[in-house]
Ligand binder design. Structure first.
Ligand SMILES: Nc1ncnc2c1ncn2[C@@H]1O[C@H](COP(=O)(O)OP(=O)(O)OP(=O)(O)O)[C@@H](O)[C@H]1O
Ligand SMILES: [Mg+2]
Length: 264
């Protein structure tokens, strides 16, 4: 049983009677300490990530007040920055809520048949305007002769998963590049690949990019506005559907994210 003593977070686990690791129904002290640390790190990360945009909003609002009535150009600039920073904060909170919900659920509540191909079509249409602005070709290829791409799951979650992958592919690919989405399926699974000719990810970071808040280049991602939650959302959704996501990447050449989902 857990009893709370004092204010030190780690003291919560001092009174565990049965500490044998791996024993049925018991949790080891080491494991609980680890979980507690993850929770503390998460709260610290969230606070940090919320503090940055909150500080910017305050500074931008003050700058706007300063130039109002004297410098319409400057006022417009600060107002636009305020809008962008507010959007970023809104996205961060939505992503955090999504992630918290995904983590607390096991599997999918009320799974329905979902046609992965039609989700991908909608996804391509959604990201095409951004791709076009960067002169990136965004194409779709169905490989094999599979007639059906239906899985059992949650359409909203699957849409969010593919949207994150296509968004990343477009975001991390320089002007003039290519992003290709392919799908294939057999009796047992549907496999979707999102490939890009982008900046790629050095091998030593590959294992970490699915962690919450992890960004390869923090300075650069300030420009691109990322919070590092997208891929952890992707991983949770794939796993909640009984599937998995993997990545292959070569710096300066590009990346391929592969999602495998069992057929319903
Ligand atoms: N297609 C890609 N090409 C190169 N690097 C990528 C790609 N996808 C992800 N990454 C790297 O992995 C990191 C984590 O991606 P993730 O989607 O979780 O966060 P993000 O895009 O920075 O922010 P957001 O929460 O808005 O998605 C990115 O910051 C980037 O460094
Ligand atoms: Mg992302």
């Amino acid at each position: 049983m857990l009893e709370q003593h004092g204010e030190n977070g780690s003291s919560e686990i001092d009174s565990i009677e049965e500490a044998g690791s791996g024993g049925s129904g018991s949790v080891s002290v080491v494991e609980l300490k680890r979980v507690n640390k993850i929770r503390r790190d998460f709260v610290a990360n969230v606070s940090h990530e919320l503090k940055t945009p909150a500080t910017s909003l305050k500074l931008l609002a003050e700058s706007l007040v300063d130039v109002l009535g004297e410098d319409p150009e400057g006022a417009r600039f600060f107002a636009e920055q305020l809008r962008d920073e507010t959007e970023r904060l809104a996205k961060l909170t939505t992503d955090l809520l999504d992630l918290t919900r995904l983590e607390s659920e096991e599997g999918i509540q009320n799974p329905q048949p979902v046609d992965v191909r039609s989700i991908l079509m909608v996804m391509l249409a959604r990201h095409r305007p951004t791709a076009r602005r960067k002169n990136i070709s965004l194409s779709w290829k169905r490989s094999g002769r599979a007639a059906t791409y239906t899985v059992r799951g949650d359409e909203t979650q699957l849409t969010s998963m593919f949207s994150n992958l296509v968004e990343n592919a477009v975001k991390y690919t320089p002007v003039g590049g290519r992003v290709e989405v392919t799908a294939e399926s057999d009796e047992s699974e549907v496999v979707v690949r999102v490939s890009d000719t982008g900046i790629g990810i050095p091998e030593k970071y590959l294992a970490r990019i699915f962690e919450r808040f992890y960004r390869v280049d923090k300075a650069r991602s300030k420009e691109t506005g990322g919070t590092g939650l997208g891929l952890s959302i992707v991983r949770h959704i794939a796993e909640n559907h009984g599937g998995r996501v993997t990545v292959k990447s070569t710096p300066s050449e590009g990346s391929t994210f592969t999602v495998r989902l069992p057929r319903g």
